[in-house]
Design a binder for this molecule. Structure first.
Ligand SMILES: [Zn+2]
Length: 254
């Protein structure tokens, strides 16, 4: 039975992944994602139902538009596949639980922000607000009202910490080091993590971003990379690993 559920979570994930790509892309372009129809970026031909089947359309069309034969960006395919796989692994690791619900929401937010931050360097406030509220709501059921409130304080702490890092970065590099979106994103991290894991998520995000930024720095000195996706990968790694602050201190030898 578990295998059936895993397949269901995978299929559910790829369908949502398709929707998240559209939301992320249109948030970046400030288009309406509810009423607007999908169209090819090259020939602007409206896409039909058969062009929009998650994963399969891209595979059957061999990554090309059915109308103008131009290459389609693999972004949608990558986001669909990642969402499907992550949903499946999340169910496998956490079973039906509030932990699973929280993780599915974190994956969902991450996918939308990957798309908007990579394509337009934007972390939309609306997305943070919607998912932040959902995280808070789940935390009330998961940990109780007072612990949920404590998460808001953790969010405030991480927000200020990130703000401090931005000021430090601006001073050291003499240019804008972090976007406002990254700072607000850390507030939302606080709704999911405790303070120790929150700090760890910033550290992990920086560690992941470092090789990429160094590589780009030597290729093109003015190139900016979005930091949000790295922070989100760090957050997902922490949640999937089920690590707790206590594990971390034990690891350090306290
Ligand atoms: Zn086309």
């Amino acid at each position: 039975m578990q295998a059936v559920y895993m397949i269901c979570f995978f299929l559910f994930g790829i369908c949502l992944g398709s929707f998240y790509t559209v939301v992320g892309l249109r948030m970046g372009k400030e288009e309406n994602f509810i009423t607007g129809r999908s169209y090819c970026d090259h020939c602007h031909h409206p896409l039909s139902f058969f062009d929009l089947i998650p994963l399969f359309s891209f595979l059957f069309l061999k990554g090309r538009c059915r109308y103008c034969k131009e290459k389609i960006s693999p972004l949608s395919f990558i986001i669909e596949l990642s969402t499907g796989l992550l949903f499946m692994i999340a169910y496998y690791s956490f079973g039906f639980s509030l932990d699973l619900l929280l993780l599915l929401l974190v994956i969902s937010m991450s996918m939308i922000l990957f798309v908007s931050d990579f394509t337009a360097m934007i972390i939309p406030d609306e997305i943070l607000l919607v998912f932040g509220s959902l995280f808070f709501l789940v935390q009330i059921f998961r940990e109780g009202f007072w612990m949920a409130l404590l998460h808001i304080a953790t969010g405030g702490f991480l927000f200020l910490l990130m703000y401090g890092l931005m000021l430090l970065g601006n001073f050291l590099f003499k240019k804008e080091s972090l976007g406002g979106g990254d700072i607000k994103l850390l507030f939302v991290f606080g709704l999911v993590l405790d303070p120790i894991l929150g700090i760890l998520s910033i550290f992990l995000g920086s560690l992941l971003a470092l090789p990429v930024s160094l590589l780009l720095y030597f290729k093109n000195k003015d190139h900016m990379i979005p930091f949000g996706p790295f922070l989100l990968v760090g957050l997902l790694l922490l949640l999937f690993s089920k690590i707790t602050a206590l594990d971390f201190f034990t690891f350090l030898g306290f």
